[in-house]
Design a protein around this ligand. Structure first.
Ligand code: PGA
Length: 252
């Protein structure tokens, strides 16, 4: 366990968030005290349409803003896509890449994810690289090999703690209310840590490994206490300031 890693709690708003929801974000910013900000980093990955307004609310305060996906190219004829420079321009400091919903709904491969992570870096964004097994893969006893392979293929050479965060999100735990046991999370995070060290050397000891999938105020403390869990990626529970901040406050 590396107690020197500062945890990160990142919210993933997915395809949610209209102007009225800026009030929830304002409430989060108000509740993020300087004392809490010393203990944990906090971020909301909002829809692209709200990013610059989220950043306007956040100002230079401790809650940062991220995107949810980027194209691998800097610009060009890609109708409807959003590039990393655009996210940075809108005020993002990070972007989620390879979320299982993108891998499943848009056929993104780990090679695509790797290219997107490199695009994120070129714009000064931290890449939050998601990996996770399906229910069938877990039942077949393949969870660790599947996630290890995703990590090997998705994490580019040159990944460092300052430009890369890994989020382990079992697909079957996302939005279902189901979570793995803390033993299963510990086993997976230990395996992921080892893969990262094999892949990028000593720096692999410093990269944050988040857990994601049905994190809520009621289970956050237990999940965040697991060895090698350095924070959370939170979907549904990040939409309400009271739930999300209760999760961040487990680090208080
Ligand atoms: P959830 O989503 O917290 O709603 O399960 C997590 C995620 O997909 O990042």
């Amino acid at each position: 366990m590396n107690d020197t890693i500062k945890p990160l709690v990142a919210g993933n708003w997915k395809m949610n968030g209209l102007t009225a929801d800026l009030d929830e974000f304002r409430a989060m910013c108000q509740r993020m005290t300087p004392a809490l900000a010393k203990k944990a980093d906090c971020m909301i990955c909002g829809p692209a349409t709200l990013l610059s307004r989220l950043k306007g609310v956040a100002g230079e305060g401790p809650i940062t803003v991220g995107g949810q996906d980027c194209h691998a190219a800097r610009n060009g004829a890609h109708t409807g896509d959003i590039s990393a420079p655009m996210l940075a321009d809108a005020g993002a400091s990070a972007v989620i890449v390879g979320h299982s919903e993108r891998r499943a709904d848009h056929g993104e491969t780990s090679q695509d994810v790797r290219n997107k992570a490199m695009a994120a870096w070129s714009s000064g964004l931290t890449a939050i690289i998601c990996v996770g097994e399906t229910e069938a893969e877990r039942k077949a006893g393949q969870a660790i090999p599947v996630v290890s392979d995703q990590l090997i293929q998705s994490v580019p050479d040159g990944a460092q703690a300052e430009n890369t965060v890994i989020a382990y999100e079992p697909v079957w735990a996302i939005g279902t209310g189901l979570t793995p046991t803390t033993d299963d999370v510990a086993e997976m995070h230990a395996a992921a840590r080892k893969v990262l060290i094999d892949r990028i050397g000593e720096e692999g000891n410093k990269v944050r490994l988040l857990y994601g999938g049905s994190v809520k105020p009621a289970n956050a403390a237990a999940l965040m206490a697991v060895e090698d869990v350095n924070g959370a990626l939170v979907g549904g529970a990040s939409l309400k300031a009271s739930d999300f901040m209760a999760i961040v406050e487990t680090y208080n």
